[in-house]
Each structure stands twice: as C-alpha cells, then as structure tokens.
Design a protein around this ligand. Sequence first.
Ligand code: URA
Length: 429
Amino acid sequence: MTALDAVSIITTKRDGGELSDAQIDWVVDGFTRGAVADEQMSALAMAIVWRGMTRRETARWTGAMIASGSRLDFTDLPRPTVDKHSTGGVGDKITLPLAPLVAACGAAVPQLSGRGLGHTGGTLDKLEAIPGWQADVSVPRMREILADPAIGAVVCAAGADLAPADKRLYALRDVTGTVESIPLIASSIMSKKIAEGTAALLLDVKVGAGAFLKTLDGARELATAMVELGTDAGVRTVALLTAMDTPLGRAAGNALEVAESVEVLAGGGPADIVELTITLAREMVALAGLDIDPADALADGRAMDQWRAMIHAQGGDPDAPLPTAKHTEIVRAERDGVLTRLDAMSVGVAAWRLGAGRARQGDPVQAGAGIEMHAKPGDSVTAGQPLLTLHTDTPDAFDGAQAALADAFTIGDFTEKPSTPLVLGRIEA
Ligand code: URA
C-alpha cells in the first residue's frame, strides 16, 4: 500500500512515477479541505508540469475535482442537453448567437461561464453589458429555463460549489507558473464542464497568435486530452480546432460584441461569425441527436426569438440601448493596399487596456470599451481610411492601447489576398 502523505506523492511525481487512484483522491480532497498546504500543492503542480500525467491519472484527477463539489443533473429534462466551451479568443462572442440558435433547434443549453481575465473577454462580462441582465441563476430556476422550449438556454455564473478544488488550484497555478500543463488545463476545464451536468459537449479549441495555444500540435494535444476526459466520464464530446490569428468578427469589447451578436441573429453580421456560429451549431445539434439544420433557424428568426426570451429570463431588456463609451479615437491606414494581417493578440491587449478586460479577478470592466475593426484581412484599404475605432471611458488609456497596436497590422500590395480557413481540425473519440 502506497503511503498517503503529501511529501511522498510529490516525490513520486517528481521522480517520474505514476500516482495511484488513492493518492490522487487523497491529495485533491486534502487540498480542498486545507489539509494539504498550498506550497505542497504548488510543488506537486510543478512536478506535473514537468512529468505529465497518464490518461488514467488525468481522468482520476478530474473525477476528484468534480467530487470536491456538487454535480448538476439534467437527465430528467424533456430536451437533450448540449454545451460548448471555447478556450478563449479575441472577439469570440460566438456563445451569444450560438446558445439561442441551438435552443431554437430543440436542445437545452446549460452554460456555466466565467468572467474574462487578460486579453480575452468573458461571456458573462459581455452579457452584463445588457441593461438588467443578471449572471446569477439558482439551480431550480436554471432547470425551469432549460425545460421551457421558448427559452431553452441559460448562460450563468458557476456556483461556488462547482468543482471547488479547481477554483483553489487554478488560483494557485496562476501565481506559481504552473498553468501550462496539458493534463492540468484539460482536467481544470473538463471538471467544470462535466460537473455542470451536460450530456454532450462541443469544445472550440482556439489556435494561433491570439489564443492560449499558439501551435496546431499543442491545440490538438489539449483537444485530444479533453475529448478523452469527456468520453471517459460519459459525456459525448467533440473538439474543433479553430483559427485565432485574427480577431473574430469586427468588434472586441463587451457591448460592441453584444451588438454584433444581435446583428448575426437578425440575419446580418460578419461572415466569419456567421460561418463559425453555424458550424458549431451543426456539431452541437448532431451531438444532441437532433436532425435539424441550424441555418434555417437562424434565417427564419427563431434564433432571435429565443435570444430575446433568454435575455428576458435573466432580467435583461433586449430592446434597451447598449452602453457606449465616452471617448473614441481612430486608427487610420497609412497607405493604399490590402490588409494582409490584423493580429489578434495586439487587438485583445489594446481592448483590455481600453477597459474592456480586467488585470485581476474582481476588477470592474467598462461595458462600452473596446475596438471596432473597419477592415479585416483581405479587405482593400486606402490611405487615410479608418481601420480601427478605439472606445473607452478613460481617455488616458488611449496611449497604452495605441502602443499595443503599434505592430498590429500589415498593409500589403493588392495582389496579396490572404486565405484563412476557420476550422483547422476536428477530434472525436
Ligand atoms: N481555463 C481553465 O478553466 N483552466 C485552465 O487551467 C486554463 C484555462
């Protein structure tokens, strides 16, 4: 019998050994209760960063994090449940049109979301730009919304009891240089998604300059680990690898992204947002076992009706004017040509500095702050034409945003039309 004490668990992993199920259960439970000290968990996390975990260890670790709190159960709902998780990108507002669209096709979409940190925005921050909208929904109310065919989708904050071990561990990893580990990231994301009680899950794993994972190989490795974890836990799971070199759509920032999402639901909006929304919706509808083309529900206005009901159900007014920032500044093209590059990371950092994102958990965000993009790669531009409009309530922020944008775009010769596929790969069990 292996000794159950923190030091031997740390040294086993440090020396490249495999942790037993009992060791994993013990250390995750002990950490959640405060019996395993932060410095011991930090050392173990660092050993995992270096040595990795096997598929069995990662699945057990995920299970232990789920068991640290409560697990929601929607199996008695009259509609099949399916959710989506994105690893985060600049201008990624896809959840906003996607959740009501998939609900309009007959699925129930329970989405427990987070607030943004750093250069990618959080879905809750975006929806909170809508006057009156509330992120906190009780579990009984969540169940009522999901069961109602006229609403069918809820996007809300995860309660404190959902995978509390992950909340503590993620905060510790953030300050100990131990975020970058495929098994730790995969188990962190999947513990929350499995505990949320969805029967099926689509993962949108972003790849590129504006994403957490910069290379296709890294993204494929994370996607595979997450698909395995979902499948092992009985959740039908598929992952798409999608491009994040350029921001999605033409807006980055909370209220600006809500406005763009509403345009998509009204039948317009940028082509990349429409394409990705329909692509992800088709995957989700298939995962839910429904035989319906979401493109029809978008075109005939059912998704918009569902959106309005979803916003109302959480106290929001879908007709209220969205907040706007007090100050704007324009970035113009310096020459004629074709925009060949618009760097997602630079735009994300600039939007964040303008006030759309937060540096520390709990900081406020500005609803109206962000960036409108008047040209995207492939568009012809003329000298002096506006490329970007920067929005903020705090004009002191313009200098920092402009600095972040100093090398954000390239204008090339007319012949250089870039071609950029959105979906780069698909992984299923
Ligand atoms: N997002 C999470 O929820 N956890 C991680 O470890 C990384 C990103």
